[in-house]
Design a protein around this ligand. Structure first.
Ligand code: PLP
Ligand code: COI
Length: 398
């Protein structure tokens, strides 16, 4: 059994719940989850919200130079699954947990995670980008490795609560930073023979972040990983399980040592088609800047950023979306290429090294291309509330 030092309530009796239609917070008492969540009145909710707003971004941090690394914040949110049901969401002010030495996560890799971001917006509100999509993806990951599903409402409550309880750490509007939210789920019950755990832990922590790769929109050089595969054809590449990232560590670090911050994987059958980068999807602008091209493969992770960009490219920029097999040989014909994902946002790729050759992308591989720049600006303007959120992607927390 997991032993955690809980400080129930964490000094606050407020537990937020989403109103899906309004994208705003409502009292939990009107939802299915109310059995496991502390109730609070609407009046109390409003006063807690304004307290959160007052505290927002008040930590003294160098907001403009955050990078992407762990730092302790106020607390994390957690729930445990035992005897076939989920317990209440709780708050812990610790930065460590205790688990059994035979926990299935430690031996058999029963672990999945998510990554999403909260933003301080222009109008003073705090909003999260498409959290429901992450809730759905965590469910797909959990199913694949035989973990119980975290109900969508519980996921959303935990994420919102983690943001609220740590609102001092949300980088202020104008700094360019955001609050990275890391939900994860793992087998925390002891088992020695191979089999799924009968106990699980779900945790959400947050950390303020800036650029994943230093230099923001400055193009990077990627290298094709030729000695290793990221995923097997019918393996677990399409879900966000911890083992995929363990498998990427050696190729990634080897690439970094050679001076390439990003590594690109090819399909594991023919080694001919592009799959994705170690921590992000591959996107390209081609066909004389008329097409948005991205690989379709059963073994890549469906990026929420990529799905959103596809929609923006088509609906806002009038590009044709080509979601298809993409051969590595096509790269030199593309106008622009980038890595996309929650952590990396859009990171332009100016050059790709493959079989010892450097393939330049577009006419000016040292500068972000105009279409990717437009997409970056569209996406970040929606996230920071600078333009209308026509598609209701942003969930308001405060
Ligand atoms: N591909 C991999 C392997 C990733 O780790 C990530 C990051 O989450 C992505 C793609 C991008 O997905 P998303 O845009 O949902 O963050
Ligand atoms: C994310 O973009 O959220 C990721 O999961 C990437 C992570 C491996 C740093």
């Amino acid at each position: 059994m997991i032993a955690l030092a809980w400080l129930v309530g964490g000094g606050s009796s407020f537990t937020p719940v989403f109103d899906k239609k309004e994208g705003a917070l409502i009292s939990p008492s009107s939802t299915r989850q109310s059995r496991t969540l502390a109730c609070c009145s609407r009046k109390k909710t409003v006063s807690c919200l304004s307290q959160s707003l007052q505290r927002a971004s008040s930590a003294s941090l160098d907001w403009k130079n955050l990078g992407f690394s762990f730092m302790p914040t106020n607390c994390f949110v957690c729930a445990t699954y035992q005897n076939g049901c989920w317990g209440e969401l709780e708050i812990s002010k610790e930065t460590t947990i205790r688990i059994p030495i035979a926990a299935t996560v430690l031996h058999y890799g029963q672990a999945a995670f998510e990554g999403l971001k909260a933003f301080a917006c222009k109008d003073g509100s705090i909003r999260i980008f498409r959290p429901e999509k992450n809730a759905e993806r965590l469910q797909r990951s959990a199913s694949r490795i035989m973990m119980p599903l975290v109900p969508k409402e519980m996921f959303l409550n935990a994420v919102v609560r983690a943001v609220q309880e740590n609102c001092e750490y949300i980088p202020p509007y104008g700094s360019g930073g955001s609050l990275y939210i890391r939900p994860f789920l793992f087998g925390s019950g002891a088992r020695v023979g191979l089999g799924p755990s009968d106990e699980y832990t779900f945790i959400v922590f947050v950390v303020p972040v800036g650029d994943y790769y230093k230099g923001g929109l400055a193009p990077v050089t990627a290298v094709v990983t030729e000695d290793y595969d990221r995923a097997a054809p019918l393996g677990v590449g399409n879900v966000k399980v911890g083992g995929n990232y363990a498998a990427d560590l050696l190729p990634y670090m080897q690439s970094k040592e050679k001076g390439y911050p990003v590594n690109l994987y090819l399909d594991p059958v023919e080694r001919k088609y592009i799959e994705e980068f170690g921590t992000s999807n591959f996107i390209a602008i081609g066909n004389n800047k008329k097409s948005f091209i991205t690989p379709n493969s059963k073994s890549i992770l469906k990026s929420i950023t990529n799905q959103s960009l596809m929609q923006l490219a088509q609906e806002e920029l009038g590009l044709q979306v080509e979601y298809r097999k993409v051969a590595i040989d096509e790269v030199s014909h593309f106008d622009e290429v980038a890595a996309c994902g929650t952590a990396v946002v859009i990171t332009p790729v100016g050059r790709i090294v493959y079989q010892g050759r450097v393939m330049n992308i577009g006419n000016n591989p040292d500068q972000v291309g105009p279409v990717l720049k437009q997409l970056y600006e569209l996406m970040t303007s929606i996230q920071f509330g600078q333009i209308a959120d026509k598609r209701h992607w942003m969930y308001r927390v405060v």
